[in-house]
Design a protein around this ligand. Structure first.
Ligand code: IFM
Length: 477
């Protein structure tokens, strides 16, 4: 590997999400979200961890922005907790909630860091879930109202709006497998949640542009699955996974239609009557950038004998054993364990998947700029006697993936930036605080922040916009 200079204007950032870092769950009028409820369900989250305190970012914005400045970030991707703004998901905005994000944005701008705001990163107000959550079409309209409130409040200062983060997780983990909040297992009916999330994206994008004008920078972030197959028969299985996991969001958002084949092969699960006239036109809005979250790859084959791992361990497809499968209608598809190395999540390290994904998107949508809105890795970090965290596995992972982004750019993909997941250790959903993705360590007893070696390394990458050859740790080579 030789050193690689990234294009002029390439945006270097880091990302977080509200429930994962903020804490202050019951302060200043914030209402409960589905994660406040779900995390209290016995067995739902490892060790019953909740986001009540998390990284206490709510009380530490100046300190955290100072760290971002120290890292030289160009941009910071955060999410807004809807229940801080509208505690029950509708009605007037809470001034204290608006002020919190307004102060955050001002601090960022004062530090010369562009604010990138995600409107929904999974913390649905519980009151909306009580009325059906994303299974209820009304939620999409409430989301658009909330989006307009935020555009009015922050529109003069936010550099980029992202409607949804990873709607695949919201729909298929939230309403199909039940591994995420709200923990429902609705089977084929959960495709309604998919459609209502797509609709929410379109309505919210239009609401933001209704306030700020048609040029307002709006995006969405998808976790598109890169799935591999070894034989032509297995390629058919891969294509089905692609349709149910990727196309079900990508095609309506980018092209204004659902794939005919998907409608046909899921017709035993739902009649899709929740799709109403005009919805697909609403959903397909021009995007400033398409946000891509990428971590690892999967491999499938056609089979019926699907081996499940030990309860509590990650399955090859990422969901935890003992739960319903998030892969609707794909019970005959077997997920194979990918070759390692693996991160602490049990996810395989496969940077080439990033290149493949970016190039595939570029080929399909050559005029659509792309942005890596998340990429990173959890490892079992150790604090050395000198107080430092020598997280060389993470540095190797990040370097390998940045190199993969660079290869995609060389081949023509229009990738505008990279947001490292995550700025700091945080609440990793059903894994609680057991998985650390941060380049900044958070000591959950004292809430003290410490820059890991990966943060020092990333600061140099950002400063020079150059990736230097990295001595790859043997496990990740
Ligand atoms: O922590 C999550 C984040 O909230 C969404 N994308 C994947 C990350 C790692 O699992």
């Amino acid at each position: 590997m030789v050193s690689r200079v990234f294009p002029e204007g390439f945006v270097w950032g880091a990302a977080t999400a509200s429930y994962q870092i903020e804490g202050a769950a019951a302060e200043d009028g914030r209402g409960p979200s589905i994660w406040d409820t779900f995390s209290r369900v016995p067995g739902a989250v490892l060790d019953g961890h909740t986001g009540d305190v998390a990284a206490d970012h709510y009380h530490r914005v100046p300190e955290d922005v100072a760290l971002m400045r120290e890292l030289g970030l160009d941009a910071y991707r955060f999410s807004i907790a809807w229940p801080r703004i509208q505690p029950t998901g509708s009605g007037p905005a809470v001034r204290a909630g608006l002020d919190f994000y307004s102060r955050l944005v001002d601090e960022l701008l004062a530090a010369d860091i562009a604010p990138v705001a995600t409107l929904y990163h999974w913390d649905l107000p519980q009151a909306l879930e009580d009325e059906g959550g994303w299974m209820n079409r009304e939620t999409a309209y409430r989301f658009a109202d909330y989006a307009a409130i935020m555009a009015t409040e922050l529109g003069d200062r936010v550099a980029m709006w992202t409607t949804l983060n990873e709607p695949w997780c919201s729909a298929f983990l939230g309403y199909t497998s039940g591994g995420h909040a709200p923990g429902r297992t609705e089977g084929g009916a959960s495709l309604a949640a998919v459609h209502h999330l797509n609709l929410a994206h379109g309505l919210a994008a239009r609401a933001v542009r209704g306030v700020l004008g048609e040029e307002a920078p709006v995006s969405v972030t998808l976790n598109l699955h890169v799935t591999r197959a070894d034989t032509p028969a297995d390629a058919a299985a891969k294509a089905r996974i692609d349709r149910i996991a990727n196309e079900v969001f990508l095609q309506p958002m980018m092209e204004g239609s659902y794939p005919e084949q998907l409608l046909a092969e899921t017709s035993h699960l739902t009649d899709w009557s929740f799709v109403r006239d005009g919805d697909l036109e609403t959903i397909a809005v021009p995007l400033e950038v398409l946000g891509v979250n990428y971590y690892s790859t999967g491999r499938v084959r056609t089979g019926t004998d699907v081996a499940l791992p030990e309860p509590g361990t990650p399955a090859a497809d990422g969901h935890r054993a003992g739960q319903a499968s998030p892969w609707l209608g794909c019970d005959d598809i077997e997920w194979l364990k990918q070759p390692g190395p693996y991160t602490a999540m049990g996810w395989n390290v496969d940077p080439q998947g990033m290149t493949d994904l970016l190039l595939e998107l570029h080929e399909r949508y050559p005029h659509q700029p792309l942005m890596i809105t998340e990429n990173g890795a959890a490892f079992d970090d150790v604090v050395a006697p000198d107080g430092r965290i020598h997280d060389e596995d993470r540095v190797a992972y990040l370097a390998g993936h940045l190199e993969a982004v660079g290869r995609a750019i060389d081949a023509g993909a229009d990738v505008r930036g990279y947001f490292l997941w995550s700025l700091m250790d945080n609440y990793e959903w059903a894994y609680g605080y057991h998985k650390r993705f941060g380049m900044i360590r958070v000591d959950y007893d004292t809430l003290e922040r410490t820059l890991k070696d990966s943060a020092h390394w990333y600061r140099e990458v950002v400063r020079t916009s150059t990736l230097q050859p990295v001595e790859i740790a043997p496990r990740l080579g």
